[in-house]
Ligand binder design. Structure first.
Ligand SMILES: Cc1ncc(COP(=O)(O)O)c(C=O)c1O
Length: 362
């Protein structure tokens, strides 16, 4: 039997034909019309007024912070449980990362701890919609940031296809950021997107990503800028993937529901509250006994099933080594496990993974 990966990208003859047609058309590969089309399709899908695509979903976060004027002497609030890209994206701005513990209910930044972490130096909050979930009190986060004059950057890297009150995640704050890396619901190999309704922020991002140029191709430099540009070759892939996105979003929900129906009553498996009407979970995530997680992963691997532990609590990683305590993030990091989650999974594969989970004595 073929190994079931925890996650994998999915391309087929449609992407191959589109890339072939593009290359035969004499495209220059670097960003041009296809990139603009891809941006328009992301803006239309998310309902954002503007979109700018960049080289990946880490650079996108740095550019978002820089566009908001975050810099030396500022503090940025980041959840302690997220992919390391979120805090790492703060470093190039010169600002200091302030880790905030998460809420046990949705695994996003905890509201009260966020409020308590604000100081006169706080300039921005990075709200990560981890695994496509957001706090039910999202409106309160937005209101708090607005009232306190804090920029709200939504790291929605894992949330393409997820909504709250019908509105797409990434469109609640000042800027939303997405990623198209290989494991994401749609992929362009690497890639990131920024969405905003604010034309000034869009203009700042467009300069930051293109050497600070006044306009594409115009060698007059208004601000400091770098090269974070996309390519038309990726955009050609991305446009086909966008057509597949609505089906994948529904398929992910169906896969999550199928897992849950079979594993809901298994002692030792804990689920995180998930509203499938709005959330399309990127990964199938469960909590298990921390002392049994490695043995469970080995059990699955012996049956040709891939799995992956949650991210670590970032404050304690050597790169940050902060002598702090964030008990919820620490517990979640010790207990969390991601099961096979690709939209490509068949029902039979999901059932096979569930049977293997049930066999193991948690
Ligand atoms: C929450 C979060 N933020 C940022 C990133 C970084 O995106 P990229 O890999 O495109 O740089 C990821 C990627 O996994 C992520 O999950």
């Amino acid at each position: 039997m073929e190994f079931i990966n925890q996650m994998e990208p999915w391309f087929d003859a449609r992407e191959a034909d589109a890339v072939d047609a593009y290359l035969r058309s004499g495209g220059w590969v670097t960003e041009f019309r296809k990139t603009r089309e891809f941006e328009a399709s992301i803006a239309a899908y998310t309902g954002a007024a503007h979109c700018s695509v960049v080289s990946n979903g880490t650079v996108s976060l740095t550019l978002a912070l820089l566009a908001c004027g975050v810099g030396q002497g500022d503090e940025v609030l980041v959840p302690d449980y997220t992919m390391v890209a979120t805090p790492n994206a703060v470093q190039p701005t010169g600002a200091r990362v302030v880790f905030v513990d998460i809420d046990r209910n949705h695994l996003c930044m905890d509201y009260d701890r966020m409020v308590a972490a604000v100081t006169p130096r706080t300039k921005a909050v990075m709200l990560v919609s981890i695994n496509g979930r957001v706090p039910e009190r999202l409106a309160e986060y937005v209101r708090f940031c607005r009232e306190r004059g804090l920029w709200l950057i939504e790291d929605a890297a894992q949330s393409l296809g997820s909504r709250h009150g019908g509105k797409h995640l990434g469109t609640f704050g000042d800027i939303g950021s997405f990623s198209f890396s290989a494991p994401k619901v749609i992929s362009t190999g690497q890639g990131g997107a920024l969405v905003t309704d604010n034309p000034k922020l869009l203009a700042a991002i467009q300069k930051l990503r293109d050497f600070g140029r006044e306009a594409p191709g115009a060698d007059h430099y208004l601000t400091m800028g770098w090269n974070a540009k996309f390519t038309d070759l990726q955009a050609v892939l991305g446009l086909v993937q966008m057509e597949k996105l609505p089906w994948r979003v529904e398929r992910k929900k169906a896969i999550y529901a199928r897992y849950q129906a079979q594993l809901r009553d298994v002692p030792g498996i804990e689920w995180i509250a998930t509203n499938l009407a709005e959330t399309s979970p990127w990964f199938i995530d469960v909590l298990v006994d921390a002392t049994r997680r490695d043995a469970l992963m080995a059990h699955l691997k012996a049956r040709q099933i891939g799995s992956r532990p949650f991210y670590p609590a970032l404050h304690a990683e050597p790169v940050y080594a902060r002598a702090e305590q964030h008990p919820v993030a620490e517990e979640i990091a010790r207990r969390g496990l991601w099961l096979p989650s690709a939209s490509k999974l068949t029902d039979e594969q999901v059932d096979f993974v569930c049977a293997a989970m049930r066999e193991f004595n948690l």
